[in-house]
Design a protein around this ligand. Sequence first.
Ligand code: PEP
Length: 247
Amino acid sequence: MTAPTPLIAGNWKMNGVAASLAEALATAAGLGETTTRVAICPPATLTDRAAAALKDTKVLVGGQDCRAETSGAFTGDVSAAMLADAGASLVILGHSERRAGYGETDALVAAKTSAALTAGLEPIVCVGETLDERKAGKALQIVTGQVRGSLPAELAGKAFSVAYEPVWAIGTGLTPSTAEIEEVHVAIRATLVEMFGDHGKTPAILYGGSVKPSNAAEILHAAEVGGALVGGASLKAEDFLAIIRAL
Ligand code: PEP
């Protein structure tokens, strides 16, 4: 059994133009000897330029979503192979903004995850409960159900990670308590082991939702937290580096 390799990934969402790559380069320049894997997921328009700019650095480039199909009449969409061709090595899938805004189901996320694997991309699959679901005491049931439904069997033996992102914590400044984070991460690990046997012990389980320099150390040292998916705070190298250094 290999211990999960920590990963800190920045999700730029629909933010960033060519000039913003200076922040990605500043992140790369500030990494020093870190053994943590670091990724930046810019908007698709910047994938190839980010990959070219970061080519000789330790920072990986990821996509924020991909289509499940490989090509065809899907105006505005991007396939996994296109992201890989543009220089991405990872892709975020099933982000709650896509689940809520585009009606993405667990089955669709699983299909996209399969497509990512076929294209040679490492998936970061997002799961997380809404505030109503948490208040109703259903957080564990919802999250473990999403893990079961969103991770296809082909992930067996492959590199991937799961990001636990409580919907109510994304972009709100709110975060669950450390005990709440640990409870969910431990449940995700148990589900991964149930699904993939010993291989289920290897994926990093990232926490995402209002991670910032001031709370990163406590969150990143919680049980079964193997890194973070960072939104707003990944846009500025200074903040992103402070989070990376907190691990
Ligand atoms: C995200 O969108 O994945 C995220 C975690 O956002 P933020 O860090 O801004 O809450």
